[in-house]
Ligand binder design. Structure first.
Ligand code: HEC
Ligand code: HEC
Ligand code: HEC
Ligand code: HEC
Length: 344
């Protein structure tokens, strides 16, 4: 009898421990050549949930570009002037459903005068339209023909669900020594204790994420352990944002070697450059446009990372393109073009 109670307790405590794990069966797919152990492991039940969350919203379909241009009819149109009035007014409705479905037109507009620019949300949106056009036109190396719309990031929310701010300087020190911006379970390193300024280092500043050397000491690799941990941290973010393992991009016997890596790693390299462009060319210059309560603890603007678009899957919205109905989101405004070229 005692034995039974004991084994029942054991079974219950084992169950409690296992709640943090995922129940089998798990799908494993080979991703590289035979024998390279490049396996991508997915839980089919979690995948089913993700499929539900990553479907595209209903569309009005493509609207004719024939007829009078918006720039002729409206007073204060700076980026969407080439649209027909039919395209323009339909796009206003669609944009509302992507970004402010609860608040409606009033989220961006003074309803007494739609040409008025007094709401910051309207000024931000104009810049967001240019940013979207820039991503679709100038970063095909990453987004290919699939491209993005406001919905890719916003999904019906005023603020995309995945954005980042700089971390405030760490408190403490004294008895714990120099905390060195690490050991504090930060989302920027997938809640590990790795260094927590990885987004600023790799998705804003120009640093490449490279630490491996080809030669031995004394002339070879002089990177610190912390520098290695920073790269590890941003890689954890890549894996988590896309819902994939390291082996989706790397052959783990040679992380740095591009010839051993998958095409997805090269596509990711372009993603890193694209995210830096999005953050430096569009987000940071908007800092003073946002009200204080939208800024982070250090006064910086919310910025994009891989999760802003990907939201846990390898291709945002499972690679379904929405662009054919909104062709004007692929045409870069000439001034945006110039800004981006200057940055590269
Ligand atoms: C997410 C922000 C946002 C929402 C929501 C929004 N608009 Fe706009 N609207 C803009 C921006 C930005 C412009 C300016 C576009 C440009 O400069 O090319 C604009 C311009 C306009 C104009 C042109 C006004 C003029 O004379 O210059 C009209 C009309 C308009 N919107 C109607 C609407 C209607 C109707 C709705 C609701 C169905 C709506 N908008 C919802 C951002 C928004
Ligand atoms: C690459 C991802 C991305 C895309 C695409 C994108 N946005 Fe944003 N958007 C952001 C981020 C990041 C913020 C910053 C949020 C903050 O600072 O609070 C933001 C903020 C905004 C805000 C301010 C919301 C608020 O309440 O403060 C508006 C309005 C907005 N976006 C409209 C749009 C529109 C309209 C489009 C499409 C034309 C668009 N966005 C496309 C990432 C994106
Ligand atoms: C979605 C693709 C992707 C995933 C997933 C990924 N990486 Fe990376 N990794 C890259 C890219 C791209 C670079 C090159 C960055 C650069 O050159 O700036 C890189 C660089 C690295 C480097 C540095 C190589 C060098 O040249 O010094 C290491 C180490 C590394 N990754 C390890 C990992 C680990 C460990 C994981 C899993 C936690 C992982 N990566 C997941 C794409 C990925
Ligand atoms: C502006 C939105 C956006 C951001 C931000 C973004 N991506 Fe992507 N990514 C896309 C789109 C759209 C595709 C689909 C392109 C296609 O059809 O191949 C994609 C595809 C990919 C793929 C190919 C997946 C496959 O199965 O072939 C990889 C890998 C990838 N992204 C990595 C990244 C990494 C790493 C980051 C962050 C450094 C990132 N992405 C940031 C929009 C984005």
């Amino acid at each position: 009898m005692k034995k039974n109670i004991f084994s029942a307790l054991l079974a219950i405590s084992a169950l409690l421990f296992l709640t943090a794990c995922e129940r089998p069966p798990i799908d494993a797919k080979q991703n590289g050549f035979r024998g390279t152990a490049m396996v991508d492991v997915q839980n089919p039940r979690i995948v089913a949930e993700k499929v539900k969350l990553n479907t595209i919203p209903p569309s009005t379909g493509a609207i004719s570009g024939e007829g009078e241009k918006a720039s002729k009819v409206y007073k204060n149109v700076k980026v969407l002037g080439d649209l027909s009035t039919a395209q323009f007014s339909t796009f206003m409705v669609t944009m509302t459903s992507w970004v402010a479905p609860k608040e409606g037109c009033a989220y961006c507009h003074n309803l007494e005068n739609l040409a008025d620019d007094s709401k910051y949300t309207k000024v931000v949106s104009r810049s967001m339209i240019e940013m979207t056009q820039n991503i679709n036109a100038n970063w095909k190396s990453h987004v290919q023909e699939t491209g993005v719309t406001c919905y890719t990031c916003h999904r019906g929310n005023n603020i995309p669900q995945n954005v980042w701010f700089k971390s405030p300087p760490q408190k403490g020190g004294n008895m714990l020594g120099n905390l060195n911006e690490q050991n504090s379970a930060s989302p920027s390193a997938a809640y590990s204790s790795l260094p927590n300024e990885t987004y600023s280092k790799f998705l804003l500043a120009s640093n490449p994420a490279r630490i491996q050397g080809k030669d031995g000491l004394p002339n070879g690799n002089k990177h610190s352990i912390q520098a290695t941990e920073e790269v590890y941290g941003i890689m954890m973010h890549f894996s988590q944002s896309l819902g994939v393992n390291c082996t989706y991009c790397h052959n783990t016997q040679a992380f740095s070697d591009w010839t051993h890596s998958t095409p997805q790693r090269a596509q990711s390299w372009h993603a890193i450059q694209m995210v830096k462009d999005v953050n430096n060319t569009f987000m940071v210059p908007l800092t003073s446009t946002f009200p204080k309560h939208r800024l982070g603890e250090t006064g910086d603007v919310a910025k994009a990372n891989c999760a802003t678009c990907h939201q846990g899957v390898n291709k945002p919205l499972y690679g379904k393109s929405m662009l054919s109905d909104y062709p004007y989101l692929t045409k870069p405004a000439t001034e945006v073009n110039a800004k981006t070229v200057a940055m590269k």
